[in-house]
Design a protein around this ligand. Structure first.
Ligand code: AMP
Ligand code: ZN
Length: 136
């Protein structure tokens, strides 16, 4: 897609520190890393978000995430790793990508899914039932 920075990385118009590449995916180091080794795994084809990407391609993305995770952890001597994938909200580049972020016990990184209250059980049941209905 024209004017998409990640499409330009795929086409090699823009240089990147690529660590892995296969038929449908490419993994490269983030230019503004939250931690050393912060990597982005993207699709080679342009899909904006999880809502557009086909199931078989997202499976390829996470196969690549799995493949790079141990060598990446070992390279930066991380204690663990987070994978974070934003769609529309908190998404700066509108080309599907998953952040793979090496974690260290003392890195003080906030947890985006931290809960501030106990769930209303009736609401939980209503949400689960509606999603199941939509899944068919
Ligand atoms: P998000 O906010 O989830 O869309 O993340 C986009 C990420 O892409 C940010 O962490 C940026 O630092 C990173 N980024 C943007 N342009 C480049 C680039 N040319 N090479 C590597 N990383 C990039
Ligand atoms: Zn793109």
């Amino acid at each position: 897609m024209e004017d998409c920075i990640f499409c330009k990385i795929v086409s090699k118009e823009i240089a990147a520190n690529v660590i892995y590449e296969d038929t449908n995916t490419i993994a490269f180091l983030d230019l503004n890393p939250r931690n050393p080794g912060h990597t982005l795994v993207i699709t080679k084809q342009h899909y904006a978000t999880i809502f557009e990407i086909p199931e078989e391609i997202i499976a390829d993305v996470y196969r690549t995430v799995k493949k790079i995770s141990k060598p990446l952890k070992e390279t930066v001597n991380a204690d663990g790793m987070n994978t974070v994938q934003s769609n529309i909200v908190s998404q700066g580049v509108h080309h599907f990508h998953t952040h793979v972020i090496p974690r260290f016990w003392d890195d003080n990184m906030p947890i985006v899914w931290e809960s501030h209250h106990a769930a209303d059980r009736v609401e939980l049941m209503a949400i689960a039932e509606k999603v199941k209905r939509l899944l068919g």
